[in-house]
Design a protein around this ligand. Sequence first.
Ligand code: FAD
Length: 333
Amino acid sequence: ITDKIAALPPDSTYFSLEFFPPKTQQGFANLQARLSRMAQALRPLFVNVTWGAGGSTSAKSLALAELTQRSLQLTTCLHLTCTNMSRKLVDEALEQAKVLGVRNILALRGDPPRSEEYRDETNPMAEEDDSNKDFTWAVDLVRYIRRQYGDYFCIGVAGYPEGHSDQSHPEHQSVDHDLRYLVEKTAAGADFVMTQLFYDVEAYQKYERRLREHESGLFKTIQIIPGLMPVQSYQILRRTTKLSHAALPNEILKRLEVVKGDDDAVKRVGVDIISEIVEKMKSVSNPGPRGFHFYTLNLEKVVTQILERASLVPPATPTLDVAYGDGDYGQAV
Ligand code: FAD
């Protein structure tokens, strides 16, 4: 991923799309068709495949990574969590990623299973191996990957523009509190930072400025990729922002409250809102290309509308390598 970004012109933009593995075969077949359409029409720089906490979706996540990396030739970033995961399961996931040709890992700690997209209750793995003490924090996984694989994998880590909240900790952790651990993860060998979703652009920009100016100097030029989630419905938006502790600015809330009974209108206004966020962020200078990460919720229509509206889709060229300016990347490494 970082090599592909480095090959882009400095003032260009790029984006990534995140997908979670469907639970059923039918769901997988539907996603396969959708992904193939989206890859052709939208040309993301890379795609992300989520990992169920505790390894609960391991087989399905790897099957989806096989589809994106091998069959669709999309540069794939496989998420990998480490809490409640045995070392054996971590090793198997990394080995399998390597076999599939996946070169990018988002190294995460993970939460106890909670949200739908990360959970698969039918998988017995979810209940196993919770005695493992090899990995407590994401930094343990970053160190482990570097120790076992050197520079083979490009490693991303999670950042939290409005602090971190999770089930395992009763109190919300402030940006101040969380920052020292982001420093640790980056110093341990992370290559890029991908953020939690947000709707408050000022809060994000403040966070990014803080990182860029950090005394460690670690974040001066590293790619910090802001995470955006399209608005699927008013209820889902309220729930996800509450869980992730993301503020909903009044101006945004007001626009959505007016149409909250009409799902189609909510989606339409949501497309306006996210496209405006992208436009606003594009105008702020960034060292190197400016990227955007979309938590797609496996949706096609609203994501496509946002990308088109915000002019993020790179021009169609005969091969992707030309679109991204370097012949080496046509093979999606
Ligand atoms: P860490 O960096 O380990 O931090 C976790 C918390 O502990 C933070 O509050 C931090 O401040 C604190 N902390 C860290 N180190 C220490 C220490 N040494 N001492 C004390 N406190 C410490 N979850 C999934 O299950 N599957 C996914 O696919 C997934 N994808 C994600 C993608 C992105 C871009 C993001 C932002 C999150 C994703 N998550 C996913 C959620 C993530 O697993 C949770 O937010 C989890 O609670 C924290 O993971 P982390 O990697 O940030 O952990």
